[in-house]
Unconditional design. Structure first.
Length: 402
């Protein structure tokens, strides 16, 4: 890993360490990849996911902080690292330069962290909205045993519920069913994109449902070809949610203000994907952490918006626990064959990870509207979709079976 890497997502090795900690303790987290520049200048940019959680838990709202050192907010919080746990002063501020970009710093961090390390802001998963749910910080190092030894000082021990055991049991049952087939090539039961899901359903004895995400005793199943997990990958639907409207004419006004004329179908329409980077229609997503909103904008014009709490609730509702089943593949069409050789069990869909993926243009919302002949708007849903290779990164907990 290079010193100046900008990805904040845990690596596969780091995720294994996090799984051990999450199996023992209850916590949510927002991660920041430390760079040499951060450590040299004692400056950490507070990215959108962190600012969202800090505001949601009543720790700090950056929009309420004036620029300049005299307006900084300071708190004392425990820092967990390989040498133990001790109290540190943490500041949240907006400098006079750089348009007052939100920043933070942990005093003495250089003693316990190096460039490339993952710094975690730890939040109490059960903290009520608006309460101070920031319970500590952690430098995720190699010595997980040391972290496990000292984490009792700031984190609650995990009490595994009957639901947790049941969901994990379903994942284990499917693992056992597929384990003998790991080295076996299996001819597709149906040609085309849906072949992998349909073939898996046949193997597991699941009633056919075109595999849009089979639900097996509370666990969502998602299968994909390993070849599809490279590059950008196709978009996969997570959930549909109507936005909050700014204008009284709702979807009709959205089409009239931001849509286009569809010559082929002779109608006004608005079919497009909206990401953080504005699309060809000028529409883009703007994360507003302090307002706890996701705005859909065109320049300075607000088109509609979502409350982040609403997106978080919808995400949790649709993706409590998911088992991703990966397959190597060979051949094409009716001759295509699969080898189901990878399983990843995920739980705890994270709004922080959701926002990171939005910021990286890997997750966005599809508008699918047009005006009918009677002058009314017709929509096919407002679909939030993610790039297939990134879907597992939505989850705070990811355990690879093999």
């Amino acid at each position: 890993m290079t010193a100046e890497t900008t990805t904040h997502a845990p690596t596969a090795r780091e995720m294994k360490r996090l799984v051990r900690l999450q199996d023992a303790f209850e916590f949510n987290y927002v991660s920041i990849r430390l760079t040499a520049t951060m450590l040299e200048k004692s400056i950490i940019d507070a990215h959108d996911a962190l600012r969202t959680q800090l505001a949601a838990h009543g720790v700090v709202e950056y929009q309420a902080i004036g620029q300049g050192g005299e307006n900084k907010v300071s708190i004392d919080i425990p820092l967990l690292h390989s040498d133990g746990v001790d109290e540190r002063k943490v500041t949240f501020y907006r400098p006079n330069t750089k348009s007052g970009d939100p920043r933070t710093w942990i005093y003495g961090l250089k003693r316990n962290a190096a460039a490339g390390d993952l710094l975690l802001f730890l939040f109490d998963r059960d903290a009520a909205p608006g309460s101070s749910g920031l319970v500590g910080l952690m430098v995720l190092g190699d010595d997980v045993d040391a972290l496990l030894r000292d984490a009792d000082q700031l984190l609650r021990r995990r009490s595994t519920t009957a639901v947790d055991r049941s969901l994990a049991g379903v994942a284990e049952r499917i693992r056992r069913q597929l384990a003998p087939l790991r080295e076996t090539w299996i001819r597709t039961k149906r040609p085309g994109d849906t072949g992998i899901g349909y073939t898996l359903e046949e193997l597991l004895g699941i009633p056919a449902n075109t595999f849009k995400g089979a639900d097996v005793d509370g666990v969502e199943l998602k299968a994909y070809r390993r070849g599809a997990a490279t590059g950008q990958g196709k978009l996969v639907s997570l959930f549909s949610k109507t936005p909050n409207w700014v204008h009284p004419d709702k979807g009709l006004g959205l089409i009239e203000r931001y849509g286009y004329y569809d010559e082929k179908r002779d109608r006004q329409a608005l079919y497009c994907t909206v990401n953080a980077t504005p699309n060809s229609l000028g529409l883009g997503l703007d994360i507003a952490p302090d307002a706890q909103r996701m705005n859909v904008v065109r320049g300075a014009d607000l088109a509609c918006y979502y409350h982040l709490r609403t997106l978080e609730a919808r995400l949790a509702e649709k993706h409590t626990a998911t088992l991703f089943i990966q397959a190597s593949r060979r051949g094409v069409g009716r001759a295509e064959e699969f080898r189901f050789d990878g399983l990843v069990y995920c739980r705890n869909a994270s709004i922080g990870n959701f926002l990171d993926l939005v910021a990286a243009d890997q997750l966005g919302v599809d508008f699918t509207l047009h005006i009918k002949a009677n002058g009314k708007a017709r929509d096919h849903g407002y679909l939030w979709r993610v790039r297939e290779p990134k879907i597992a990164e939505l989850f705070a907990y990811r355990r690879e079976f093999y």
